[in-house]
Design a binder for this molecule. Structure first.
Ligand SMILES: [Zn+2]
Length: 377
């Protein structure tokens, strides 16, 4: 396990690219941002919006939202700054939602005066697919994540709205590609071909082969080629047009009434209280990176903070040491209650995901070998 020399990201992150000099691609892409002509990119966004803006009052874009700080920022950009008339499309998960999360989704529609479509997958289906993905892959929300990227395209086609806006291009921002571009159409292309799918399969095959009938897989089946050809939806990442900054998004969101978790829930393993705050059990999904890849949320956030100069690498190491390994108890309880596991069953399933190349078992507990903070202990 090697760590980036600038941030604290290890090379175990799936798809991560590390240069010879020991710097991760996320750091390199961030540094490239300083040389980008952001004024020109902003003009590009303006001309793109001009192409799709409608004068008749009908929706002229879809913004894919969760209700979080980034959703507020995207809606601010499209409605307030670009003068578009967005339809907000949200895919909800059926786990318990925080009071802040419930407030924020309502606030998003109310504060910006936008219509919101909330798409809820069948709870029964959700439980079955989440069980399969958790037990087999250690990736419980694999299904719902596919839904999140498919549903906006389905609404685009059904409502005849040819522009879809997503937040950050995760592959570029978090360093699994060197290519910076605005198109988010890969999400839909992945559904049409094996390319881009992790297991090298068509998006439905994985579930179908595990006994989920096709008639239950609608939410991840992309629109047909004919429908896409008719509407020709363009799909863009906002992070191409404006520098992506979590904290800026958070500050702007607050001006529209976004609430963080500060007065509600101090999450174990977290170093901020404004990201991924709506769904309680979702944190289990995020934490499972830890046994599999040896890092979790504190590493992600601390690395972003190093890149923007908010903290030093030494300070980040301390945060990683203190927070990265912790699975929040409330999140775990919400997850097992919803899924119908006993705590023991949960940990028995997790047991098989600890990567023995990264962890050693000491008296029944897994300890990270050579952590980034090893010079501190
Ligand atoms: Zn780095």
């Amino acid at each position: 396990m090697k760590y980036c020399e600038k941030c604290v990201m290890p090379d175990t992150r799936p798809g991560s690219i590390f240069g010879e000099e020991g710097i991760c691609q996320a750091c390199k892409n961030y540094a490239k941002g300083a040389k980008v002509d952001w004024k020109e990119r902003f003009e590009e966004l303006k001309s793109l919006c001009k192409r799709y803006r409608r004068q008749d009052g009908y929706y002229d874009c879809i913004v894919a939202v969760s209700g979080g700080k980034d959703s507020h920022f995207l809606t601010h950009m499209m409605k307030e700054r670009m003068g578009m008339n967005p339809l907000l499309v949200c895919v909800a998960d059926p786990f318990t939602h925080t009071a802040a999360g419930v407030h924020n989704l309502r606030n998003l529609g109310e504060s910006f005066g936008c219509d919101i479509v909330v798409f809820n997958v069948s709870i029964d289906l959700f439980r079955r697919v989440t069980r399969i993905a958790f037990e087999e892959l250690g990736e419980p929300l694999r299904f719902i994540e596919a839904v999140i990227y498919t549903i906006p395209f389905k609404y685009a086609v059904a409502f005849n709205i040819p522009l879809i806006v997503f937040g950050e291009n995760a592959a570029y921002t978090y360093g699994t590609t060197t290519k910076d571009n605005y198109s988010a159409k890969k999400y839909i292309e992945a559904g049409h071909s094996a390319a881009g799918e992790k297991l090298g399969e068509k998006i439905t095959d994985f579930w179908y082969e595990r006994g989920i009938p096709m008639k239950e897989l609608n939410a991840i089946i992309p629109p047909s080629r004919e429908d896409l050809e008719r509407v020709r939806p363009e799909a863009i990442f906002m992070s191409y047009f404006v520098p992506w900054d979590d904290e800026r998004n958070y500050m702007i969101a607050k001006r529209y009434g976004f609430k963080d978790l500060h007065h509600e829930w101090r999450r174990e393993g977290y170093i901020e209280d404004y990201g991924q705050i709506d769904s309680v059990a979702y944190l289990v999904h995020l934490w499972l990176k830890y046994p599999k890849f040896g890092f979790a949320r504190a590493t992600d956030i601390a690395s972003r903070w190093i890149r923007k100069g908010k903290i030093t690498r030494e300070e980040a190491k301390r945060l990683v040491m203190e927070y990265d390994h912790k699975l929040d108890q409330r999140a775990m309880e919400d997850f097992i209650t919803f899924m119908g596991y006993k705590p023991r069953e949960f940990w028995d399933i997790v047991e098989k995901f600890w990567n023995p190349e990264l962890f050693e078992n000491v008296d029944g507990l897994w300890r990270l070998k050579g952590p980034v903070y090893s010079d501190r202990i």
